[in-house]
Design a binder for this molecule. Structure first.
Ligand SMILES: CSC[C@H]1O[C@H](OP(=O)(O)O)[C@H](O)[C@@H]1O
Ligand SMILES: Nc1ncnc2[nH]cnc12
Length: 295
């Protein structure tokens, strides 16, 4: 029998995006997660009647750097807050001449070069392997592209987001290497976030907002936070406009995700039921309860 999903739109705001003032019926709520502390409380509200949940990725006031974010707690808390999909709004550096500061890229791939983060909800006691061959939900990508084009934003559909550990920006040799790999943009946060969203069966997409040309560019010797922040605040206002346009269409009741994001765990778990760790099973209730309860 096909189920009807009533969407709750999750938004993760990156650098420069710490609030969504346009939200109605606003309430910041602390969501407890067995995976630890999320970056902040989650702002609950509605946009054109559609339920929205907003999490500032680095916390309000930006206290937490990319390597110290508790990505598992953030995704788990968003799922506990009811989210069915997540749109990440992220500041990035550009690795291509044709993607200048101010440009929006609806990326469709990632290269994960992070190494100091917890990357999976599955551990000893419940082993799971999901596919992230296509880490971005094409349905969300379509909706974001349509809104961006309607609003006249400079936008490119598709591209690879290189995820580095940071917090330092790249060396010039690294920047040139990532360009030689064909990457479009570079940032520090969207992995493992996208992988964890897939494990949690949440549709995920990213609006990567270019703030700088990274250090490969002949006119752009080094990246600085000042420079990034200057572009970022302009981008953030445009991103809020994009959100206001895209949310009403995404809020309509729908069937299952045609790409299967919300069924990612159907064939992912390999640990025999009698070998599963009850404590880990309990932690996985929000993320994987759908399949664990069925087992
Ligand atoms: C302030 S520039 C570097 C910082 O901005 C990006 O974060 P986010 O994706 O949360 O907007 C980048 O990945 C770095 O963490
Ligand atoms: N050049 C850059 N490298 C990594 N993360 C970024 N975020 C914004 N600009 C960036």
């Amino acid at each position: 029998m096909s189920e009807t999903v009533t969407p709750v739109i999750g938004l993760i705001g990156g650098s420069g995006l710490y609030d969504l003032p346009g939200l109605q019926q606003r309430e910041w709520k602390r969501i407890e997660s067995p995976w630890g502390e999320p970056s902040d409380e989650i702002l609950h509200g509605t946009l054109s009647g559609v339920p929205v949940r907003f999490l500032p990725r680095h916390g309000r006031g930006h206290p937490t750097p990319p390597s110290r974010l508790n990505y598992r707690a953030n995704i788990d808390a968003m799922k506990r807050a009811g989210c069915t999909e997540i749109i990440s709004l992220s500041a990035v550096g550009s690795l291509k001449e044709e993607l200048p500061p101010g440009h929006f890229v609806i990326v469709d791939q990632f290269i994960d070069r992070t190494f100091a983060r917890e990357k999976s909800f599955f551990e000893t006691g419940c082993v799971g392997h999901v596919s992230v061959a296509h880490p971005v939900c094409p349905r969300l990508g379509d909706a974001l592209e349509a809104s961006a084009r309607k609003l006249g934003l400079p936008v490119t559909r598709g591209g690879t987001y290189m995820v580095m550990e940071g917090p330092q920006f790249s060396t010039k040799a690294e920047s040139l290497l990532y360009r030689s790999w064909g990457c479009s943009v570079i940032g520090m946060t969207n992995m493992p976030e996208a992988k964890l969203a897939r494990e949690a069966e949440l549709c995920y997409a990213t609006v990567a907002m270019v703030t700088d040309f990274d250090c490969w560019h002949p006119d752009h010797d080094a990246v600085t936070v000042d420079q990034v922040v200057k572009v970022l605040f302009g981008n953030a206002d445009l991103a809020r406009g994009l959100v206001a346009d895209v949310v009403p269409g995404l809020g309509a009741p729908r069937g299952h995700c045609p790409a299967g994001c919300d069924r990612a765990l159907d064939h992912a778990l390999i640990t025999a039921p009698e070998k599963r760790d009850p404590a880990l099973m309990a932690k996985l209730d929000a993320v994987a309860g759908r399949v664990l309860r069925a087992a």
